[in-house]
Design a protein around this ligand. Structure first.
Ligand code: NAP
Length: 522
C-alpha cells in the first residue's frame, strides 16, 4: 500500500484529500506515494504560522534558535538510513548521489547551528556602526535587522528534496521566521519524511514548520504583506510567481533561483599532461554525472582553448566510457536515473535541440543499462557535445538541458573565453582551472559581473577544493539575470533575507537601550 503525503498546517496533520498525483520509482515505474490536489486550510495555516509560530520563535534569542537547529541535526542523523532508502526509491540515485542531497542538508543545518550559536543571547542584529547625524554627534543613526513579521514560503525544485528544504529553513528558523515548504511533487516524499520526523521530535514550537504537498494552487495567493517567498525551479515558473498578483500587491520579498547555464574554463596554460588539465577533466566528468546532471550548478558549457579541444574531448570521453548507468540498487552502477520519464523525454528533446549546432563527442547511450528496462527506466547515459569554434554556437548559451550533458566550446584567448561565459546572461557559477595565478585572478574579476560565484582552482588546491557544483553554506548561492537574481546562504549574509533592515535614529543614549544585540561581522 502506498503512503499518502498529508499536509501539515496549523500544527496538525490534515485529513487525506482526493489524490492529485502519484509519486513513482523512476527506475521501475512502481507507485510509491500519493499527494493531494488543492490544499485545504491554507489561509488558516498561514495565519497560525504568522501568529503562533512566529511569536514563539521570535521570543527566543538567536542562540536558543541555533540550539534548536542543532537538535534537528540530531533527528536527521538518527533517521539517515530511511532518507537514503527514500532517495533510492523516489529519486533513483546512487548512494553517493543521495548523499549530496542528504549529507549536504545535514552539513548546512549544522553550519547554521554553529554560526547561530555565535550570536548568543542577541535578539537584534546591528548592521554596521552608528553614523552621526548632528554636529554635536548626539543624534545618530544605527541600522538594525529585526526578523520579518510574516512567514517564509519555500517553493522548491525536484532535484534537492533534502538540501533544498534545509538550506533555506536553517537561516529562516535561525532568524525566527516560521517556514511553510512546498516540495516539488515528483520527489516530495523525502522532504515530507524529514518534516514528519522533526515534527514528531517536538523541537520546534507549533506553527514554526508546515508542509504542503501536491498542488501549488492557492499557496502564493495566501501570502501577505510581511511574508517572504523563496522559489527554486524553472525560469518559467519563476516568472509566473514573480508577477503573481499577491506578490505584486503586497510587495512580497521574493528570492528566485532558476535555470543557469554555468561554465567551466580551462586556462590557456593548462595543456594535456598538466595537473590543471587533469583536474579540469575530472571535474567536468563529475559535473556531468553527479545526480545525472540534475544540479542547478552543473557545468553546461565547458570552455577550452581551441588548441586543446580534441585532447579534452578525448580525455572526457575516455572517463565517461567507464560510467555504468542503470538501477542504483546494483553496486556496480555509477549513475542512476533522472527523476522521471517526463524529465527523460525533456533531456532527450533538449539534447537533440543542441545537436542542431553541436557534434556528439561522446554518447553514453550506446551502452546497455544495468538492471533496468530501457522502456520503463528514466535512465540516460552521459553525453558530451562539442563546437570547436565557440562563436558558431548560440543555442547552448540559451537552453538548459537538465541532465547528464555538457557541451565543449573552443575559445581563442582570455577575452573570448570571458565573452562566451557572459553569454549565459547570468550564471550561478563559473569555474576556472589554471596554474597561472595572475591569469586566474584577472579572469575571475572579469567574470564576477555575471556570476554568483567564481570558483578558481590551481594545482595547489586541486585536492582540497570543494567542487564546482557544490554549494557551500559559507559562500553565497544565486546569480544574476537568467539565474533568477537571487542570493542565499553566504554565512550570516543568508539571514538578511529573513530580516527587515531599519534605520533607527535617536540620541546615542536611546540607541544603546536596544537590549542584547550582535553586530553582523561577515
Ligand atoms: P518547476 O517545474 O519550475 O517547479 C518548481 C516548483 O514550483 C515545484 O515545487 C512546482 O510544484 C512549483 N510550481 C509549479 N508551478 C507553480 C505555480 N504556478 N505556482 C506555484 N508553484 C508552482 O521546476 P522543477 O522542474 O522542479 O526544477 C527544475 C529546474 O529548477 C531546473 O531548470 C533547474 O535549473 C532549476 N533549479 C535551480 C536551482 C537554483 O538554485 N538556481 C536549484 C535547483 C533547480 P509541482 O512539482 O507540484 O509542479
Amino acid at each position: 500500500m502506498t503512503v499518502f503525503l498529508r499536509n501539515y498546517l496549523s500544527a496538525a496533520w490534515q485529513p487525506e484529500g482526493e489524490i492529485g498525483s502519484i509519486l513513482r520509482d523512476p527506475v521501475t515505474g512502481a507507485e510509491l506515494a500519493t499527494v493531494g490536489g488543492r490544499a485545504q486550510g491554507l489561509e488558516a495555516g498561514f495565519a497560525f504560522a504568522r501568529t503562533h509560530g512566529r511569536q514563539a520563535l521570535q521570543q527566543k534569542t538567536y542562540g536558543e534558535r541555533a540550539a534548536m537547529l542543532g537538535e534537528i541535526v540530531k533527528v536527521l542523523q538518527a533517521n539517515r538510513d530511511a532518507y537514503y532508502e527514500i532517495a533510492l526509491a523516489n529519486s533513483g540515485t546512487t548512494k553517493a548521489d543521495s548523499g549530496v542531497d542528504i549529507e549536504g542538508a545535514i552539513f548546512t543545518l549544522n553550519y547554521f547551528a554553529k554560526l547561530g550559536g555565535s550570536l548568543g543571547d542577541a535578539r537584534v542584529l546591528l548592521d554596521g556602526a552608528p553614523a552621526s547625524l548632528s554636529k554635536d554627534q548626539l543624534f545618530q543613526s544605527q541600522h538594525m535587522l529585526t526578523p520579518v513579521r510574516g512567514l517564509a514560503l519555500f517553493i522548491n525544485a525536484f532535484n534537492f528534496p533534502a538540501w533544498g528544504l534545509w538550506e533555506k529553513a536553517a537561516p529562516a528558523l535561525l532568524s525566527g521566521v516560521p517556514v511553510v515548504v512546498k516540495p516539488a511533487t515528483v520527489t516530495a516524499w523525502l522532504t515530507h519524511r524529514m518534516v514528519a520526523d522533526v515534527v514528531e521530535a517536538g523541537i520546534l514550537p507549533p506553527g514554526a514548520l508546515s508542509i504542503v504537498c501536491g498542488s501549488s494552487a492557492g499557496l502564493v495567493d495566501s501570502l501577505g504583506t510581511f511574508d517572504v517567498l523563496s522559489f527554486t525551479g524553472s525560469a518559467q515558473t519563476g516568472a509566473t510567481i514573480r508577477s503573481h498578483d499577491a506578490v505584486v500587491r503586497h510587495s512580497v520579498k521574493t528570492n528566485i533561483e532558476a535555470d543557469s547555464l554555468n561554465a567551466s574554463i580551462l586556462g590557456e596554460d593548462a595543456g594535456p599532461g598538466t595537473p590543471s588539465f587533469d583536474a579540469y577533466v575530472s571535474e567536468l566528468v563529475r559535473e556531468i554525472t553527479t545526480k545525472s546532471g540534475q544540479r542547478c550548478t552543473a557545468v553546461r558549457r565547458a570552455l577550452v582553448p581551441q588548441r586543446y579541444y580534441e585532447a579534452v574531448a578525448g580525455a572526457v570521453a575516455d572517463k565517461l566510457s567507464g560510467i555504468s548507468v542503470g538501477n542504483p540498487r546494483n553496486p556496480d552502477v555509477r549513475m542512476g536515473a533522472l527523476v522521471g520519464r517526463e524529465q527523460y523525454d525533456a533531456v532527450k528533446e533538449g539534447t537533440a535541440f543542441l545537436q542542431r549546432e553541436a557534434r556528439v563527442l561522446f554518447d553514453g547511450n550506446r551502452n546497455p543499462l544495468v538492471d533496468a528496462d530501457p522502456a520503463v527506466a528514466a535512465c540516460l547515459g552521459p553525453t558530451l557535445l562539442g563546437v570547436h569554434d565557440g562563436d558558431q554556437a548560440s543555442l547552448v548559451h540559451d537552453h538548459e538541458v537538465f541532465g547528464p550533458l555538457s557541451t565543449l566550446l573552443g575559445y581563442r584567448d582570455q577575452a573570448h573565453a570571458v565573452a562566451l561565459a557572459h553569454r549565459g546572461l547570468g550564471s550561478l557559477v563559473t569555474s576556472v582551472f589554471s596554474a597561472d595565478e595572475p591569469w586566474l585572478a584577472a579572469t575571475a574579476l572579469a567574470l564576477a559581473g555575471s556570476n554568483g560565484r567564481v570558483h578558481t582552482v590551481t594545482p595547489e588546491v586541486a585536492r582540497t577544493q570543494t567542487g564546482h557544483g557544490n554549494v557551500m553554506p559559507a559562500s553565497i548561492h544565486g546569480g544574476p539575470g537568467r539565474a533568477g537574481g537571487g542570493e542565499e546562504l553566504g554565512g550570516l549574509r543568508g539571514l538578511s533575507f529573513y530580516h527587515r533592515r531599519t534605520a533607527l535614529q535617536g540620541s546615542a543614549a536611546t540607541l544603546q537601550k536596544l537590549g542584547p544585540t550582535a553586530t553582523l561581522q561577515y
